[in-house]
Design a protein around this ligand. Structure first.
Ligand code: NAP
Ligand code: HSE
Length: 436
């Protein structure tokens, strides 16, 4: 039986998850592929580190990344290290050495994807990345293949397992933010730098990758509005519940007659929506195609075997085309879903023009005229109020005043926030989230 040889860069959460599935499902994979997948070499930073899973005998463990690109026997290089420079260098060398590449590195793809896809095209090699977005959910293949005939009108989703886990634990168990983040790290969900998860950057990386696949344009990461969950407090979660919402970190992109509105924000989601029910490390992505209508995918967005499963799907897609004699007759991987042609920059809808309902929480002095001043500011900026609640408590100086608005321009909501923050009765900067 033909053996397809893999070279792994990284043997942490995802690398070991992949190895577990290969060990457990080996017979099944051979049945599907009529080929055997074998990890020939694994590269890590520290070969002495204790790992949860043993490598099969014959697998080389090394710190030398060149062992992957210089070994003619390795067919597919699997980049599971994360980070930018070393990963980029490895992928470039692997493609130039005539190897296919599988990566889970959304940060790298968001920042340098266009150049890497161009290099892969020139080399005629696969650069596959199912695991880079939403962990085990097959969203890349869905957009690139299953929905290829649709014009995508809108995409909305929860794309970060760590942030969703933190918000879920804070909501359902009243766990504090730091404890939930610590648990997410221990469970292998978080990035090496968890600021990426918490501040929305990881979600933004995934959104950039998925926008290319869904809309066929490039939305530069630097221009994407990004807000994370570090400003979400137990008080806001409690108020959101009282109004019938759950707070979720959402990524969204919508086509408005050729202009793209996109961003990453925490938002209040009506608790009856499926997205509000997505808990723990789960992600969900809702895509609306002009022919198929709405499609929703739901599954684990982070963790060892869920992500390993997505990596393995890419490896198998490539392995199917590899022949014993090294010949890959007629195999021209379409890595981008648009024939590897260069993608134009998206026509971007100015973020200040976007429309949304808003949740405002002001912390104000409990005195005459405050409510009148807030409502006057909103009226002056054309912001229409749907609901308002002020919770006074005997003996407390600052009281929360929560206002839910009707749909309004982002610029108007920003102007109200700025005006209120400058008032002498305002005791903390106002909190403002969108409402779905
Ligand atoms: P991880 O647990 O931190 O593992 C990283 C691995 O890469 C470790 O084995 C580390 O070696 C090795 N490594 C890092 N830099 C290296 C270098 N310069 N040279 C050689 N080896 C190096 O990370 P992970 O969670 O598996 O994530 C890997 C990638 O998958 C990242 O791009 C991440 O964003 C992505 N991803 C992760 C998940 C998830 O749920 N964790 C899901 C989807 C995508 P040592 O073990 O010796 O330190
Ligand atoms: N840190 C990421 C998350 C891993 O929590 O979603 C999956 O991409």
């Amino acid at each position: 039986m033909q053996i397809v040889k893999l070279g792994l860069a990284g043997f942490g959460t995802v690398g070991s998850g992949l190895a577990k599935i290969l060990a457990e499902n080996g017979d099944w994979l051979e049945k599907r592929l009529d080929k055997k997948l074998e990890i020939k070499t694994v590269v890590v930073r520290d070969t002495t580190k204790q790992r949860g899973i043993a490598l099969t005998s014959g697998t080389e463990l090394t710190t030398d990344l060149a062992r992957l690109t210089e070994d003619p026997e390795i067919d597919i290089v699997v980049e599971l290290m994360g980070g930018l420079e070393a990963a980029r260098d490895l992928i470039e060398k692997a493609l130039k050495a005539g190897k296919h590449v599988v990566t889970a590195n959304k940060h790298l793809l968001a920042e340098h994807g266009l150049e890497l896809f161009e290099l892969a095209r020139q080399c005629g090699k696969g650069l596959y990345y199912e695991a880079s977005c939403a962990g085990g959910i097959p969203i890349v293949q869905t957009l690139r293949e299953s929905l290829a005939g649709d014009r995508v009108e809108e995409m909305l989703g929860i794309m970060n397992g760590t942030a969703n886990y933190i918000l879920s634990e804070m909501t359902t168990k009243s766990m504090d933010f730091e404890t939930a983040l610590q648990l997410a790290k221990e469970l292998g969900y978080a990035e090496a730098d968890p600021t990426f998860d918490v501040e929305g950057f990881d979600t933004a990386h995934k959104l950039c990758v998925l926008i290319r696949l869904a809309f066929g344009v490039d939305y530069p990461l630097a221009e994407l509005p990004i807000q994370g969950i570090s400003g979400v407090t137990p008080l806001d979660i409690k108020f959101a519940r009282e109004f019938g919402y759950r707070i979720k970190l959402l990524a969204h992109a919508k086509d408005f007659e050729g202009r793209l509105e996109a961003g990453v924000h925490p938002a209040l989601v009506p608790y009856t929506y499926l997205l509000a029910r997505v808990g723990g490390n789960y992600n969900a992505v809702r895509v609306v195609g002009n022919a198929v209508g709405p499609v929703m995918l739901h599954g684990q967005g982070a963790g060892d075997t869920p992500t390993g499963s997505a990596v393995l799907a890419d490896i198998m897609n490539i392995a199917r085309h590899l022949h014993r004699d090294g010949c890959e007759k007629g195999y021209a991987p379409d890595n981008t879903g648009f024939g590897n042609k260069p993608l134009a920059k998206a026509k971007i809808m100015p973020p200040e023009d976007t429309m949304s309902k808003y949740y405002f929480r002001f912390m104000v002095a409990d005195k005459t005229g405050v409510m009148a001043a807030v409502t006057r500011s909103m009226a002056d900026h054309g912001v229409s109020i749907a609901q308002a609640v002020q919770k006074s408590e005997e003996g407390t100086e600052a009281v929360p005043l929560v206002i839910i608005t009707h749909s309004t321009r982002a610029a108007a909501a920003e102007a109200v926030a700025r005006e209120m923050d400058a008032m002498d009765f305002t005791m903390e900067p106002c909190v403002r989230f969108r409402i779905l």
